[in-house]
Structure formats: structure tokens, C-alpha cells
Design a protein around this ligand. Structure first.
Ligand code: NDP
Ligand code: A1CAB
Length: 299
């Protein structure tokens, strides 16, 4: 199986590393591209034994599975670039936040095989969580193929595309919330006299252990929580403080806000006939935001 990555950044590296270390995919069958000649990220991916190029079409020409691993606003440009050579013997797998399959399908020849995936950064250590959706042009075997590719970096599940934005708000962005949680727990440890180093380690093992218990016992989190809280004990006192601050409500809000942000990023990229109103190649944040506001105002 020949695999290509258009974009050689953090997620492409994580996925390439997983594919290779699974032993199921060979480094010599993987190629990645990025436009800059002195690209540090591309250098990193080359260290894995992966071939690199600055030519996206070369990647597509040499791959049966082409991952689109560029930032959302660059998707239009790179998919349009490879569209002239794209055939049904190739599978396009986009990991870009917010960009719908319908949009990518409009840029490609009809009946192209397109898959949309939302992975997350723990893929770097083989503990990723990915959800994927298949486009209308996909073959019956594509679900198994994508599942096999994503399983090399962790858990993978197929979902309808309408759920990809919520997945983005939860597991796609979730690692950042949890890094903050670890930092906060460690700050508490430091406040109470533990060293910074030990506090971070204890906090990380605590999240890791709690997650492992959920996955391995299959018990509901509420059951496991009750087992920690003895009547009048320390955990009930700590939990009361968290709830006074709206702990669970804040997490719900975070997932909702991030899901909506993913959806609105997709909405920004309108069908092809409206493209002349947009500056796709400019990923400057202010430009992006003001354009979004302008589009929202036109609705
Ligand atoms: N980071 C995360 O937690 C997650 C990210 N994603 C999605 O993954 C995608 C990639 O994100 P991430 O890896 O974090 O981003 P990075 O910025 O690390 O990587 C993006 C890569 O795309 C390259 N690139 C830019 N323009 C082009 C082009 N025209 N042709 C080819 N390559 C190009 C960049 O090269 P250069 O450096 O030279 O500009 C860079 O190597 C995004 O769409 C994001 O939404 C999904 C899930 C989680
Ligand atoms: O915040 C972001 O842009 C990416 C998408 C999913 C997780 N992080």
C-alpha cells in the first residue's frame, strides 16, 4: 500500500510514525510533501525514512491513499492541485478540521473516493482517538482500509459525517483541555508543597489511570467516582469545590464551543460557485475571521 501525506506537520508525522511502527506499513512506501524548501517539519518526517518532496502532485501520483494534512484554509488549494490526476484507484483522506466531504468532492472528479477523519495528537504515542466518515464514492472495502490505517495510532470508529464536528469539539480538541487540567492539578500540588516535577507526574498518572479504568472496566464514570469518595472523605470535599466552579458545565461548554467552531470553519468554505468571494490561499487569522463575519452577515 503506497501512502502519501500532503502537509508534513504535526499530525502527518504522528500518523506516519504510527503506520511505520505498527509494522504493517513500510516507510519506503510513504511520501510526504510541504512547500517550503528549508522545512524543519519535513526534515523530521524524513528521519522516519519517509520520502519527501515539495510537489503535492508527485505525492498524489505515487500514492493509493492520499492524506490531506494541511490547515483547513489550504485544503481548497491542495485538493484542486491534485484533482487533474485523481482517479478512482486513489483514496483521499482529509484530516482537516471543519472541511466537509461535499466540499472536497466538488473539487475532485465525480465519484472520487473521499474520507473525512478527525484524529487527535495523542496519536503521536499510539493513544489517539479518531472518528471517520466515508463519502458517497467510497468502495465497500474503504471502511476497513481506513480503520486499519487509523488503528495503528489508537482507537478508530466510523461515524456519520454530521458527528465529525462534535468529535472535533470533544476528542480532536480535548487533549488541550486535559493538558490544562494536568497543569491545574499540578499547580494545586505545588501550592500544597509538592515539587513541580512530582506534581506533573502525579497529575498525568492520575488522568492516565482514570482513563484506563474507564476503558478496561467498562464501568460508568459515576460508579468509579463513587468508589473514590468515601462519606466525609477528602474527595467529596475536593469535588464540592470543583462543582462550585461549574466543572462539568465548563467542559460541556468547551465541547459545544469547539464543535460550533469546527462547523463554522466548514461553513466558511462555500460551494464552488461562491468561491470568487473568498481568498483561500490566505490563512491569516484576522482575514479569516473578518471573512467569516462578512459571510455570516450575508446569510
Ligand atoms: N493539531 C491537532 O491537534 C489536530 C489537527 N488536525 C488537523 O490536521 C491538519 C494539520 O494540522 P497540524 O498537523 O496540526 O498542522 P501543522 O501546521 O503542523 O502542519 C501543516 C503542514 O501543512 C504544510 N503546508 C502548508 N501549505 C501547504 C501546501 N500548499 N501544500 C502542502 N503542504 C502545505 C505545512 O508546511 P509549512 O510548515 O511549510 O507551512 C505543514 O507541514 C489541520 O487541518 C488540522 O485541522 C486534526 C486533528 C488534531
Ligand atoms: O484547534 C485546531 O485547529 C485543531 C483541530 C482539532 C484539534 N485541534
Amino acid at each position: 500500500m503506497k501512502i502519501g501525506f500532503i502537509g508534513g506537520g504535526k499530525m502527518a508525522q504522528a500518523l506516519a510514525r504510527g503506520l511505520i511502527s505498527s509494522g504493517r506499513y513500510k516507510a519506503e512506501n510513504i511520501i510526504a510533501s510541504s512547500p517550503k524548501v528549508d522545512n524543519k517539519l519535513l526534515e523530521e518526517i524524513r528521519k522516519l525514512g519517509v520520502a519527501t518532496t515539495h510537489d503535492n502532485v508527485e505525492v498524489a501520483n505515487n500514492s493509493e491513499v492520499v492524506f490531506i494534512a494541511v490547515k483547513p484554509l489550504q485544503v481548497s488549494k491542495v485538493v484542486s492541485e491534485i484533482a487533474p490526476i485523481f482517479r478512482r484507484d486513489k483514496l483521499l483522506v482529509s484530516i482537516a478540521m471543519g472541511i466537509t466531504m461535499r466540499y472536497m468532492e466538488t473539487l475532485l472528479p465525480s465519484k472520487s473516493r473521499v474520507v473525512r477523519v478527525m484524529p487527535n495528537t495523542p496519536a503521536v504515542v499510539g493513544a489517539g482517538a479518531s472518528a471517520y466518515s466515508l463519502g458517497a464514492g467510497c468502495l465497500d472495502t474503504d471502511s476497513g482500509l481506513v480503520h486499519d490505517l487509523l488503528s495503528t495510532v489508537g482507537f478508530a470508529v466510523e461515524v456519520p459525517e454530521v458527528l465529525i464536528d462534535p468529535v472535533t469539539g470533544l476528542s480532536g480538541s480535548g487533549p488541550s483541555y486535559m493538558f490544562n487540567a494536568i497543569e491545574g492539578l499540578a499547580d494545586g500540588g505545588v501550592k500544597m508543597g509538592l515539587s513541580r516535577e512530582l506534581s506533573i507526574k502525579l497529575a498525568a498518572y492520575t488522568l492516565y489511570g482514570a482513563a484506563k479504568m474507564i476503558l478496561e472496566t467498562g464501568d460508568h464514570p459515576a460508579v468509579l467516582k463513587e468508589a473514590v469518595q468515601s462519606p466525609g472523605g477528602t474527595s467529596a470535599y475536593g469535588m464540592h469545590e470543583l462543582e462550585k466552579g461549574g466543572f462539568r458545565g465548563l467542559l460541556i461548554n468547551a465541547v459545544e464551543a469547539a464543535s460550533n467552531r469546527s462547523k463554522s470553519t466548514g461553513d466558511l468554505v462555500l460551494p464552488r460557485q461562491s468561491m470568487e468571494n473568498m481568498i483561500y490561499e490566505d490563512d491569516h487569522h484576522e482575514e479569516f475571521t473578518s471573512k467569516r463575519v462578512a459571510i455570516a452577515g450575508r446569510r
